[in-house]
Ligand binder design. Structure first.
Ligand code: ADP
Length: 484
């Protein structure tokens, strides 16, 4: 078991309509620690009925919540932010225990998660409307923005806290209410957030967290006409399914889906900085983020030098249980994820790639995998097309800028991209040519609550964070005042 300063943060019940409760059937799901296989506890296995109740409670709470002033809502959100930060260490321990990322990364994610609540507590006060010069002498035109209503959120396991606050922060600040279904493998982070939200004074029904059957909960969230908006982070496959399900009742959707991020190293790059950026963007969370570098494209003349420096740096990375000591890489979330990494390596090697570092399961066993680098990678290999979601860095070679851009854009995805160059003309040209929602230039880290996160093409629709993030949770209403 894990040791917490405040053990009440590990909740084994769901928070529904302001009550802590079990599933109607009493059924539960085990939650395990991916580093040890140990069962950490259980959460309720809820389904259609409980989801409907949570949605109805969110609907009941809606009028009261949206009638409050933005400043009143802001004060509660601010308190929620403070409570999250006061409990940062315990929340980080819970996260590492259920998700596997190193404790330092979990601490970072808790601060990142809290920052969305803080940011949107302020931004909620600035949901401005418009006045528009009229088309008729006796009319005046005003545009107001209103909360969209009851929202549902489905979130993934790779960022168990931040993917929730990035949605709940703007939704609640705008005056919406929300029901969240966290990923089945990482529910404790979500339930701890709900407990702190309750303590911060979020009224009953405004924010519920339910765990259980993905299919039943997802079907009810997407089918119930009360829900006006679904916000989802996860795989492209599930995102497409949920979007199709939402079409039946014409819900608004935000979709943060998969990526296939290129990381381009041009011949004028600062190679040491590029190595540092590549490691940050490739191996963070053991390669399990949707903005993780998936393909490293290196210009021919610096290919050898970059490869050598990358191998030297990555070979120093330590792998282990995130709760024990100073490790840089934890386990993968489950065996299927590990097998996908193995499949990508085997496929690449069969087609001519060379393993220059790692390449196999780690001696620690379980789902630990060696940080891996492969070279001589070509577009015919699986790694070029599919998101690996693991600690595998494949190095492609290119000659001209045009070739690099063509290779980078040769994917149905368009979330994050990165490149290193010191030539200002190249920086502009390449930034504009990349078909991606986000471009990191001379940096491997781009996420922040103040910046718009999101993708184009099959990586999704909508933006999270920043002033754009709150727009996803409001509707524009046009008032035409006649007879003046
Ligand atoms: P990943 O597990 O790679 O993050 P998924 O898209 O499988 O991506 O999961 C993201 C979230 O979507 C999780 O909370 C998962 O439980 C949920 N989910 C998966 N399948 C469905 C479904 N058919 N309906 C609703 N939610 C689903």
């Amino acid at each position: 078991m894990i040791t917490l300063k405040n053990s009440s943060l590990l909740k084994q019940q769901c928070y529904l309509a302001g009550q802590w409760c079990s599933a109607d059937s009493g059924a539960t799901i085990n939650v395990t620690n991916p580093a040890t296989g140990e069962i950490l506890g259980v959460v309720p296995k809820m389904g259609t009925q409980e989801t409907r109740r949570a949605i109805e409670a969110a609907n009941k709470a809606l009028d009261g919540w949206k009638a409050r002033t933005a400043k009143e809502r802001s004060a509660i959100l601010r308190r929620w932010f403070e409570l999250i930060m006061e409990n940062q260490e315990d929340l980080a321990v819970i996260m590492t225990a259920e998700q596997g990322k190193p404790l330092a990364e979990s601490r970072g994610e808790i601060a990142y998660a809290a920052s969305f609540i803080e940011w949107f507590a302020e931004e909620g006060k600035r949901v401005y409307g418009d006045t528009i010069p009229s088309y008729a002498r006796d009319k005046r035109i005003v545009v107001i923005k209103e909360p969209i209503g009851v929202c549902a959120a489905i979130t993934p396991w790779n960022f168990p806290a931040a993917m929730i606050t990035r949605k709940a922060g703007p939704a609640l600040a705008a005056g919406c209410t929300m029901v969240v279904k966290p990923a089945t493998s990482t529910p404790f982070s979500a339930l701890a957030l709900a407990l702190l939200g309750e303590q911060a004074g979020i009224p009953a029904g405004v924010f519920s967290v339910i765990t259980g059957s993905s299919k039943e909960i997802g079907d009810e969230m997407t089918g119930n006409p009360i829900v006006r908006k679904l916000t989802f982070t996860g795989s492209t496959e599930v995102g497409k399914l949920l979007t199709a399900q939402c079409a039946g009742t014409m819900k608004k959707v935000s979709m943060e889906l998969g990526g296939n991020a290129p990381f381009i190293v041009f011949d004028d790059a600062d190679l040491d900085a590029a190595v540092e950026g590549a490691i940050a963007s490739k191996y963070r969370n053991t390669g399990q983020t949707c903005v993780c570098t998936n393909r490293i494209l290196v210009q021919e003349s610096v290919y050898g030098a970059f490869c050598e420096k990358l191998v030297a740096a990555v070979s120093k990375m330590t792998v282990g249980d995130g709760l024990k000591g100073d490790v840089q890489q934890g386990p993968l979330i489950d065996m299927a994820s590990l097998e996908k990494v193995e499949e990508h390596i085997a496929d690449a090697v069969a087609k001519g790639a060379r393993v220059v570092l790692g390449g196999k399961r780690h001696a620690l066993g379980g789902t630990f995998f060696e940080p891996t680098i492969i070279t001589e990678v070509t577009p015919e290999m699986l790694v070029a097309r599919e998101e690996t979601f693991g600690p595998l860095a494949p190095l492609f070679k290119f000659t001209t800028d045009e070739e690099a851009i063509r290779m980078a854009n040769d994917t149905e995805f368009g979330l994050a991209s990165y490149f290193y160059s010191r030539d200002i003309r190249r920086v502009w040209r390449v930034s504009e040519a990349l078909e991606y929602g986000m471009v990191g230039i001379n940096t491997g880290l781009i996420s922040s609550e103040v910046a718009p996160f999101g993708g184009v093409k099959e990586s999704g629709v909508g933006r999270e964070g920043s002033k754009y993030g709150i727009e996803e949770f409001v509707e524009v209403k046009y008032l035409c005042m006649g007879g003046i």
